[in-house]
Design a protein around this ligand. Structure first.
Ligand code: SF4
Length: 384
């Protein structure tokens, strides 16, 4: 065989928003890191399930094996395959391959990161209308992505280098026949100019859609316009990066929004009955007592529906090379990764205490995911 395509998936338990009446629930999902999306039928990938603490076997022998890599763990697996199969060429695509140059590692010679879109392999023009997804058999449900635009229209947050590649045309047509499950839209933050798409999604009760947005004044005005047009709020979940709810820290990271605007967006979205996921960053190196007080006030200003419909996630601050943050950093590595993955801040004792206070505010919420991860990363950063 000359070419083979490999696609990872993970059977994972995650917390997801449920119907309003059952709030959130822990559930099992086939989490699909689906790539090669517009050429799915041409690629016919081999699904490889990643099982925690179990070695992942190379599923096929071929001259060239294309692998979609989304997480550092995927890269670890490809590196071990490449080392054991020196006659085989591994071509990696996907988000992790896009930042491989900043991973600071020497890849084996038989791994080649591939830039751009997979359609190049098939000499095909991307056609969003031909998108298809045939997921592996799901034990409960499938969580997969759908492309809604690759570029952030803001692009100024200092910690972020999110770029999902080329802007491509968007079509909602294939979603009508897409598999049931949880669909997260692959877009850094949906441009308010595209919010009309949200009222045009197929709302047929078979899927829950998930979209990332910013929370500034322009977004607020556009939400006021679009939210009344969504036929069923329980089928559309919003996600917002709050990062740290203090105007000083928001200015420091150049988020371009204020705490007041964030609160208005949160209370507006949930007043319509949508579930909301909020993301925070911990381990800031320059917090003051006022910042933590601002965070307390922020959480105390949630409306009753915001308290009921919001879940919270947090992770440690990590930046990549060339960030313009004027502070001291040290190298950072995910625990399960071979690769250097960016920089984390150096925290003194006072900063550790203030960040811990912020974390304890978050931990009071019933639905906080990833807290163990954040703690683990923090532990790592502190060298424990
Ligand atoms: S954090 Fe979000 S809004 Fe900020 S630059 Fe990145 S994608 Fe854009």
């Amino acid at each position: 065989m000359d070419d083979a395509f490999v696609q990872f998936y993970t059977y994972a338990q995650d917390i997801i928003p449920g119907k309003v009446e059952d709030k959130y629930r822990w559930t099992n999902w086939n989490v699909i890191s689906n790539g090669f999306s517009f050429v799915w039928d041409e690629a016919t990938p081999i699904w490889v399930e990643i099982v925690p603490r179990r070695f992942t076997e190379l599923p096929v022998k071929a001259k060239r094996i294309y692998v979609s890599t989304w997480y550092p763990r995927h890269m670890n697996i490809v590196v071990s395959w490449a080392q054991e199969n020196p006659d085989c060429q591994f071509i990696i695509g996907g988000p992790i391959s896009q930042i491989w140059h900043s991973l600071k590692c020497d890849l084996p010679k038989n791994i080649t990161p591939m830039w751009g879109v997979a359609e190049q392999i098939f000499h095909k023009k991307p056609d969003p209308k031909t998108w298809k997804l045939i997921p592996p058999p799901a034990k409960v449900g499938t969580m997969y992505s759908y492309f809604l635009g690759g570029e952030c229209y803001w692009k100024k947050c200092k910690f972020c280098d999110t770029n999902f590649g080329n802007e491509r045309a968007i079509s909602l047509e294939p979603l009508a026949n897409a598999p049931p499950g949880f669909v997260w839209f692959s877009t850094p933050a949906l441009n308010p100019a595209k919010y009309n798409l949200l009222s045009q999604l197929p709302y047929n009760g078979r899927r829950t859609y998930y979209v990332m947005i910013r929370s500034g004044g322009v977004e607020l005005e556009n939400l006021k316009r679009i939210l009344p047009t969504i036929p069923d709020p329980t089928q559309l979940v919003f996600a917002v990066g709050i990062e740290f709810p203090s105007d000083q820290v928001l200015r420091f990271m150049n988020k371009g929004v204020t705490v007041k605007e964030q609160l208005e967006v949160i209370n507006l979205i949930t007043s319509y009955g949508h579930n909301l996921m909020l993301f925070y960053i911990v381990d800031w190196p320059n917090l003051t007592r006022e910042d933590v007080d601002s965070a307390k006030l922020f959480f105390n200003s949630f409306s009753a529906s915001a308290n009921k419909l919001t879940m919270h996630r947090y992770g440690a601050l990590v930046i990549y090379e060339n960030s313009s943050f004027p502070i001291e950093w040290k190298q950072f590595r995910y625990e399960d990764s071979l690769f250097f993955y960016g920089y984390g801040p150096i925290l003194n004792k006072e900063q550790c205490t203030l960040n811990d206070e912020f974390i304890s505010l978050l931990d009071r919420f019933e639905f906080v995911a990833e807290r163990t991860k954040a703690r683990r990363i923090k532990k790592r950063q502190n060298g424990k």
